[in-house]
Ligand binder design. Structure first.
Ligand code: NAD
Ligand code: TDX
Length: 345
């Protein structure tokens, strides 16, 4: 794989994957990214220009996609609208990018017979009870809860259909919650770290008992690279690193690591339809492909992530105000909606 097209390579996981590729392969990397509010060209700063090229454009642009795919040996598809809270307020871009965009890429890889890897999420499986010993596996039935996760589920099914019907050479992976550098400040961990750095209180949704299965983004990258090289065509691999923890404990750990009182946060209204628990069984990836995560100590990973946000204010500060303003306007909309519902009842 001499030339790899990375969609969404200016986003959180995509940018970390590009950095991983530069270190662990000799591939030329082309990033296709629309630079939406979530994309940031500064996440690719400092990378060698003779190895990485940024092409600004949308995966829904069929002729652009066709041209870039025809020039590539492989496509790794990260581009997506990725935030659940946004999908509850305006689902349209999620359908457009996550479903239509994936379709455009599939048509191009089909036409040019290019190897494709589709990045997806554990959220397609819905959620688990807190006391359920089960974890998600490749055969767990799809049961997505939010507009975001339902569009990711739809895109997964498109990939599977293109493999079966047209023989597209594709693999899929469904990963749990990532954390690490370059994550947008709308997401849970960076939102709380940057609130604390700004002297604002962190915000915990509902009870804080919801569990996420945290994985460091570098472990996600190493898993994807392994699947790209050694994965079996048509297979779905679940990626997770035994990182289950509830939101309250994660937040208390962040506060303590930042020298604050563990109770110094604000409880805010819960996310509608909030998934209770995600948990991944990644044993096929470990056993069949020999993948071993390197960052399983969550407190240690949080500590290096806190350090990164502390040292990289210039990267996140321009995003912070607009992100918090968006949260406030979403909150206002939700309250108005609730008043309207009471009014019509
Ligand atoms: P992100 O929101 O940080 O980045 C998404 C990137 O896609 C941005 O750079 C954005 O500009 C780009 N993009 C959006 N629409 C586009 C379009 N139409 N054309 C081209 N580029 C477009 O998201 P992320 O957290 O890095 O997630 C990347 C992928 O990983 C997504 O597919 C997501 O579903 C999946 N995933 C994320 C997590 C997680 O914890 N963040 C976990 C599992 C899977
Ligand atoms: O301010 C907050 N307070 C809070 O308690 C925010 C932003 C979130 N939360 C909670 C909601 C979730 O239980 O923290 C948990 C994590 O929230 P997010 O960071 O929004 O992630 P989540 O909804 O779990 O989805 C993430 O993981 C799966 C990614 O955003 C998805 O792209 C990925 O598919």
């Amino acid at each position: 794989m001499k030339r790899i097209l990375v969609t969404g390579g200016a986003g959180f996981i995509g940018a970390n994957f590009v950095r991983y590729l530069l270190e662990h392969s000799s591939a030329q990397v082309v990033v296709l990214d629309a630079l939406t509010y979530a994309g940031n060209r500064e996440s690719l700063n400092g990378l060698p220009e003779d190895r990485v090229e940024l092409c600004i454009g949308s995966i829904t642009d069929a002729s652009l996609v066709d041209r870039l795919v025809s020039d590539s040996d492989a496509v790794v598809h990260f581009a997506a609208e990725s935030h659940n809270d946004n999908s509850l307020h305006d689902p349209a871009p999620f359908l457009e990018t996550n479903i239509l965009g994936t379709y455009m890429l599939l048509e191009a890889v089909r036409l040019h017979n290019v190897r494709f890897h589709h990045i997806s999420t554990d959220e397609v499986y819905g959620d688990l009870e807190l006391d359920d010993p089960a974890r998600f596996t490749e055969t767990t039935p799809y049961n997505p809860s939010s507009p975001y996760s339902s569009t990711k589920a739809a895109s997964d099914l498109l990939v599977r259909a293109w493999v079966r019907s047209f023989g597209v050479r594709a693999t899929l992976s469904n990963c749990s919650n990532n954390y690490g550098p370059y994550q947008h400040v709308e997401k849970f961990i960076p939102r709380q770290i940057t609130n604390i750095l700004n002297g604002e209180k962190p915000k915990l949704y509902g009870s804080g008992n919801n569990v996420r299965d945290w994985i460091h983004v570098d472990d996600h990258s190493s898993a994807v690279w392994r699947i790209l090289q050694h994965g079996q065509m048509g297979r779905t691999y679940l990626i997770g690193a035994n990182g289950e923890e509830n939101n309250r404990v994660v937040l208390e750990t962040i506060l303590e690591l930042m020298g604050k009182n563990a109770n110094d946060y604000e409880k805010v209204p819960d996310r509608p339809g909030h998934d209770l628990r995600y948990a991944i069984d990644a044993s096929p990836l470990r056993v069949e492909l020999g993948w071993v995560p390197q960052h399983e100590d969550l407190a240690q990973g949080l500590s290096t992530t806190i350090q990164w946000y502390t040292e990289n204010r210039a990267w996140w500060e321009p995003l912070k105000q607009q992100t918090e303003a968006r949260y406030e306007s979403q909150e206002r909309d939700r309250k108005l909606e609730a008043v309207k519902t009471v009014g019509t009842a």
